[in-house]
Design a binder for this molecule. Structure first.
Ligand code: FMN
Length: 324
């Protein structure tokens, strides 16, 4: 059972992955890229290309799985071939994105609307020799409106030899809210002819142990928000070792330095860093044991770089990791 860092658009971009791998690699077997949009005329968006270029993924030993967003057989086949030629051994297809502009183009979770069309697409893809060379996996939700839609989707997936079917047991309309439907997940786990991976709401080592205990034959447990909120979570799961404040500082510094090379404008870097502080803020408390929320609030509301830097300095001087 491997442990992976979920794709998260705008967050787990290559700067983040490299900084994370440098400081917290233990426990993470693979990092997914956020979805790469595949154009109809067979190209990957320039911005997305940065995610897969070798020079941006050279932290020693880092293993990357590109995720693609496409809903036509031709585009998928092209992307599999292209990524294989670039040296990637595994590619994941996004069938879970709930965002309106994606779903309205029948991409992401929009692909789940029509199981017959899915069958048509995958029949063509698996006719191609490339699927014997590269591990092709999907990441899917259970449906758009209702988890039971998966009863029509899984039989389609079962007809093809996917490397893995990773299930985030929510439906599109839930976005990231509400609870995963573990009953339908269990049915899928028992009835999938392909290896099954699990994704959703793993926020602690205990959550991980529960899922791994209930579903011992999972091929993968994928973690997203839980890892952004506690970047050492995978190590904690593996060895029990909690994050230290020094590690968190080192990670935030690495991240900021990479953003400087990539993003240039200080304001934009600040926005990116604020987003990460929003997640990791929960790890902290003031040194006297009281709530650090007011300090995190200062970061979130900083209007300029000077305010932001001051707010970070106060956290570095006056906070510590709370009892996890
Ligand atoms: C900000 C954000 C961006 C995301 N981007 C992607 C993405 O590019 N591709 C994808 O398959 N899922 C994406 N997801 C979904 C996550 O990969 C994951 O399925 C979801 O957060 C549930 O897992 P978690 O509870 O461990 O976070 C995104 C989620 C968030 C919150």
């Amino acid at each position: 059972m491997r442990t992976t860092f979920a794709p998260m658009e705008g967050i787990t971009i290559y700067c983040y992955r490299n900084a994370h791998h440098k400081v917290f690699k233990e426990g993470i077997d693979y990092y997914y890229t956020p979805f790469l949009s595949i154009y109809k005329h067979h190209a990957i968006k320039k911005r997305d290309m940065r995610e897969i270029l070798p020079e941006n993924n050279k932290d020693k030993g880092i293993r990357i799985i590109p995720q693609i967003m496409a809903n036509e057989a031709d585009e998928i086949i092209w992307a599999l071939n292209d990524l294989y030629e670039r040296g990637y051994e595994e590619v994941n297809l996004n069938m879970g994105c709930p965002v309106g502009t994606v779903v309205s183009k029948n991409k992401g979770s929009g692909m789940l609307l029509n199981p017959d069309k899915l069958h048509e697409i995958f029949s063509r893809v698996f006719d191609e020799e490339i699927t014997e060379k590269i591990k092709f996996t999907v990441k899917t939700r259970l449906g758009l409106e209702n988890s039971h839609e998966f009863e029509d989707i899984l039989p389609v997936l079962n007809k093809f030899p996917f490397g893995q079917v990773i299930i985030h047991p929510r439906v599109r309309k839930q976005m990231y809210q509400g609870t995963p439907d573990m009953e339908v997940f269990e049915w899928a786990y028992e009835n999938s002819t392909n290896p099954v991976g699990y994704n959703g709401n793993i926020f602690s080592a205990g959550d991980y142990a529960d899922i791994a205990g209930k579903f011992p034959n999972l091929s993968e447990i994928m973690i997203g928000r839980g890892l952004v909120a506690n970047p050492a979570l995978a190590r904690e799961i593996k060895t029990g070792e909690h994050i230290t404040f020094e590690e968190l500082k080192e990670f935030m510094t690495e991240l900021q330095n990479c953003y400087k090379d990539e993003i240039f404008a200080d304001e934009s870097i600040m926005h990116k860093m604020k987003e990460i502080w929003f997640y990791v803020g929960n790890l902290l408390e003031k040194e006297d044991g009281t709530d650090s929320d007011p300090y995190i609030h200062k970061i979130r509301t900083a209007k300029n770089i000077a305010d932001y830097r001051n707010a970070v300095r106060v956290i570095y001087n006056e906070c510590r990791i709370r009892n996890l």
